[in-house]
Design a protein around this ligand. Structure first.
Ligand SMILES: NC(=O)c1ccc[n+]([C@@H]2O[C@H](COP(=O)([O-])OP(=O)(O)OC[C@H]3O[C@@H](n4cnc5c(N)ncnc54)[C@H](O)[C@@H]3O)[C@@H](O)[C@H]2O)c1
Length: 327
């Protein structure tokens, strides 16, 4: 029988997940959608109250695609109901909230939570990870990341750029290097870009367990498109993502490629593979990474960055001991 999925949130991501399940995912159906708004983007809202959707015996598993600050209560309710949940990133906006989810999962004693760090499923990132694991250019020494978005993004505060945007890069750094990040330092440009407390671009410098430095540029008003870069400097060479090309255009004496304008365009295949992996795992009684610990660890780095952006000092990432469930 197909996995019966309920989706909480019918905005950009909720609609995208629902459409992707309908058109490209094997072994799953969307049977329920919850949103406070009566009908959103063509989706019929079956459960105005998300907790009714979670408790509904006709729903096997839940996708949480509502705003960040709602994730904790919905994920905890899924755990209480014993249902698998794919929660959009970040797992929650603070490390303390993420850790409450980790503790709840540990009490149950089994994995039910997957976090929507979709880049891990992107074919280009998967190839980069495989090349690093094979040590084709030796051990990694440095990691450079850039996360440029077209904007305009007037309402994103510096804290949101870190807790909602840069967390993708924190997760990727942990995953590619296979290490925890231990310190974080955020460098701000000299002046705000808007009245809403937005410093843009940000330069973040992280250090891992084994003293690998990671720099991350976060630029939410880069204007020209969504440009996600990752390069690992290794002992005898470098391994990097290719710039993403959707098309190659020869025109009026110029040759060049079109830059994706949105995350849905850049990561369409990653979102599809992430969903299929989740459906396959849940249908066979498992959960694949990134798990609740990964969600907690990435947000712990974001918390340290937010503190560093306020104090102007390098800040230690505070991580609780890793429970055996996640070893
Ligand atoms: N993985 C990625 O690349 C990626 C990209 C974009 C967004 N996201 C994440 O997805 C989540 C949703 O983002 P979005 O861009 O779709 O936002 P959105 O604003 O487009 O949609 C949010 C939806 O949640 C609903 N909602 C609001 N409050 C709610 C509540 N209390 N209970 C239930 N539903 C509620 C809204 O009505 C809306 O349908 C966020 O956590 C965001 O960080 C992830």
């Amino acid at each position: 029988m197909a996995l019966r999925i309920g989706v909480i949130g019918a905005g950009m991501m909720g609609r995208y997940f629902a459409g992707t399940v309908a058109s490209g995912i094997l072994g799953a159906d969307i049977v329920a959608v919850s949103s406070p708004t009566a009908r959103e983007g063509g989706l019929r809202i079956t459960h105005p109250n998300p907790f009714d959707l979670i408790k509904d015996s006709g729903v096997d598993a839940v996708i949480v695609a509502s705003p960040d600050q709602t994730h904790e209560e919905f994920v905890l309710a899924c755990l209480e109901a014993g249902k698998a949940v794919l929660c959009e990133k970040p797992l929650a906006p603070s490390a303390a909230a993420c850790y409450r989810i980790v503790q709840a999962e540990v009490r149950i004693g089994k994995h039910l939570v997957q976090v929507g760090y979709n880049r891990r499923f992107d074919p280009a990132y998967a190839a980069l990870k495989a090349a690093l694991d094979e040590r084709i250019a030796g051990y990694p020494l440095l990691l450079h990341c850039a996360h440029r978005a077209p904007g305009p993004s007037r309402n994103r505060t510096t804290d949101m750029m870190l807790s909602n945007g840069a967390v993708h890069d924190f997760d990727i750094a942990r995953w590619l290097l296979g290490e925890e990040i231990v310190t974080a330092m955020v460098h701000l440009p000299p002046s705000r870009r808007s009245a809403r407390d937005q410093f843009d671009p940000l330069m973040i410098v992280l250090r891992t367990d084994s003293e690998i430095f990671v720099d991350v540029e976060i630029f939410v008003n880069a204007v020209y498109g969504l440009d996600i870069r990752t390069e690992v400097v290794c002992e005898s060479g470098t391994v990097a993502l290719e710039p993403t090309r959707l098309t190659w255009v020869n025109h009026q004496g110029h040759a060049g490629s079109a830059v994706p304008q949105s995350t849905l365009a850049r990561f369409a295949e990653a979102y599809r593979l992430q969903l299929q992996a989740w459906v396959d795992a849940v249908s066979s009684g498992r959960i694949v990474s990134p798990n609740a610990w990964d969600g907690y660890a990435a947000t712990s780095v974001a918390d340290a960055c937010i503190e560093s952006a306020t104090t102007g000092q390098p800040t230690r990432v505070r991580l609780e001991g890793r429970p055996a469930l996640y070893s």
